[in-house]
Design a protein. Structure first.
Length: 613
């Protein structure tokens, strides 16, 4: 999880009192107290314990001479330092409540805003979403009132983060795009890096991998122009998790190792645990389960020390999956129930949905069909809240509008900075080594983006994003010319058992072979792509429904006859269930796809290995 904004650089510098009371014999002066606080802020990044001692010393001295601004500055510094050196939130919360009351009494709205921001960070780390949102919203109001544009961008970012944790993705994206617009307007690289990274993380949660990768790469490039290594570690973790999801395991492991080194160097518990979790997931996908479990147990200990219940739930989910892959179903279910107990109060639908789905599979494998059905229904309830059609439309609308506005801003910026860019280009050309390194990096990123833009990394078929675009285009063409069109959703039956019995490596090869057979079974003008997991979609272009049904039946028979025993002696073959829908004219994109999905569920319910239309 990307950290909330609010670094030591944002700490309020206390204003000296207009007429400070005279210091008694041996007492510190307001100037000395301000100096201690300034030194503590410098120490905060690398020596939080020393900064805490400086804050406590300054607070004692300020109270001795009734220097209230000094007391306020010391309380805020102490709260920041305490958050880094202790997992006890009560002391930090007490200090922040005192700081907020004092700031209100002094009429210091800048200090009030900082106290609200820190209070929000404290609640967010504990998974208390409602009070975190209240604190961040109050921070936002104060920042706007005093004209603090940098603080406003940070407050918007933090509100977006809380919505992301609750899987409220359109709301999260709306706030993060506002934060990005403010940050770009100010030229604030650090705030831009936070916004880019969090937008990328939201899109990755929604499985929109291509734009997610674009935003995360921009976030990484931007954060490396700042001194924020904590954020750099988090960006690398998010990028590594996304690359792992798309099947680029070697590059994912390299990014996560780099993130781990940065986090361990700075002694950051949360970021270290996040990197260990990512590395464990890569190890699991490679089949190295003992190594993965060791990493997960270490990550779980760090999450507990940091008091991050959402991180604990995610690690417990991964541990449950690992135990399930080893056939320890009862132990896996126990771990998943613990994960669910942590995730449910946090309203973390995205994580809870994954837990429910795995619980359903494990209960079904154990022959416990009633709890399997309940878990499956809970999974779908989570999915409906997260990824409904309305949510997807709002996400696309927000991104399109933001892209258009950014294009206008970029065009104006390029016009104004033409001379500066030309000078920078001349300077870059003077260094051949730097230029070649930059070109090589851009080429690698361009190749990766080009591949991910259209192609599923595992099967080589069209990916979900490209498939959606082609489907919309084909429906428009069918409406315009009155051609028939049909769409089939194809799902490999009992695919989870292939992974569980024969390993993910065998499962991946089964997916590739089925995908190749599907691609070779359609006409040149038809469209075939991977919809997600073990599901595929075929668009039968200019094809009446009955003709498409006959083609699907032949396809089902070919899959059933597909030889797979060379992958494993006990793997005799596999089957698919197919849901088909079609119209002769005026197709409705979403309705037709939903109809095919409903037919697929019917095929599953009627016993699998069949075509329903």
């Amino acid at each position: 999880m990307v950290p909330a904004e609010g670094s030591p650089d944002d700490t309020v510098v206390p204003r000296p009192a207009q007429t400070p009371p005279p210091a008694g014999a041996g007492a510190a002066s307001p100037g000395q107290i301000d100096a201690w606080l300034a030194q503590g802020r410098l120490q905060l990044a690398q020596q939080a314990a020393v900064a805490l001692a400086s804050a406590q010393r300054a607070a004692q001295a300020a109270r001795a001479i009734d220097y209230q601004h000094g007391v306020l500055g010391a309380l805020l510094l102490s709260a920041r330092a305490r958050a880094r050196v202790t997992t006890d939130p009560a002391a930090s919360q007490d200090e922040l409540q005192c700081a907020l009351a004092l700031a209100e009494a002094l009429g210091d709205e800048q200090a009030q805003a900082e106290a609200c921001q820190l209070m929000g960070n404290l609640h967010a780390a504990r998974g208390a979403h409602a009070p975190a949102l209240d604190a961040y919203q109050r921070d936002l109001v104060l920042r706007r009132r005093i004209g603090d544009r940098r603080g406003e961008a940070g407050a918007l970012n933090n509100i977006g983060l809380v919505h992301r944790r609750m899987a409220q993705y359109p709301e999260a994206l709306a706030y993060l795009l506002m934060s990005l617009e403010l940050a770009e307007g100010r030229g604030d690289l650090r705030a831009q890096a936070y916004a880019f990274t969090n937008i990328g993380a939201v899109l990755a949660d929604m499985d929109d991998t291509t734009p997610a990768l674009q935003y995360l790469l921009r976030g990484l490039e931007t954060v490396r122009g700042t001194d924020d290594r904590v954020l750099e570690s988090s960006v690398l973790c998010a990028l590594g998790r996304l690359l792992k999801k798309t099947g680029h395991l070697q590059e994912a492991q390299a990014r996560l190792q780099e993130a781990l080194q940065l986090a361990q160097r700075d002694g950051r518990l949360a970021e270290t645990g996040e990197a260990l979790l990512g590395l464990a997931l890569v190890q699991m996908q490679q089949g190295a389960l003992p190594r993965a479990e060791r990493l997960l147990l270490e990550a779980l200990g760090l999450a507990r020390r940091a008091g991050d219940r959402l991180a604990q739930a995610e690690v417990l989910l991964a541990l449950g999956r690992a135990r399930g892959q080893q056939g320890e179903d009862a132990a896996a279910i126990e771990l998943l129930e613990r994960a669910l107990a942590l995730a449910t109060p946090l309203q973390a639908d995205q994580l809870a949905g994954r837990v429910h789905r795995l619980l359903s599979e494990l209960h079904e494998r154990m022959g416990r069909f009633e709890p399997a059905l309940r878990a499956f229904q809970a999974f779908h309830a989570c999915q409906d809240r997260i990824s409904g059609l309305d949510t997807q439309r709002r996400i696309r609308s927000l991104l399109s509008r933001a892209d258009l506005e950014r294009a206008h801003r970029d065009a104006e910026l390029h016009r104004q900075r033409g001379d500066a860019l030309a000078t920078a280009l001349d300077a870059a050309r003077e260094s051949e080594r730097e230029k070649q390194a930059l070109l090589a990096q851009l080429a690698r990123q361009s190749d990766l983006l080009r591949q991910l833009a259209r192609e599923d990394g595992l099967t080589g078929l069209a990916n979900r994003r490209w498939l959606d675009a082609q489907w919309a285009q084909e429906c428009e063409r069918a409406r315009r010319y009155g051609h028939p069109v049909a769409v089939a959703m194809v799902d490999i039956d009992h695919f989870k058992s292939v992974n569980d019995r024969f390993s993910h490596r065998v499962g991946d090869e089964v997916l590739r072979r089925v995908a190749l057979m599907l691609r070779d079974s359609v006409r040149r003008g038809d469209i075939v792509g991977r919809y997600g997991g073990e599901e595929f979609v075929i668009v039968w272009v200019e094809t009446p429904l009955a003709q498409a049904a006959a083609a699907c039946e032949k396809l089902r028979e070919r899959v059933a006859a597909l030889p797979l025993h060379d992958l494993h002696p006990d793997l005799r073959g596999t089957t698919v269930s197919v849901g088909l829908a079609g119209v002769d004219r005026q197709p409705q994109d979403d309705a037709l796809m939903a109809a095919a999905d409903a037919q697929l569920y019917r095929a599953k319910a009627e016993g699998r290995n069949r075509v329903c239309w």
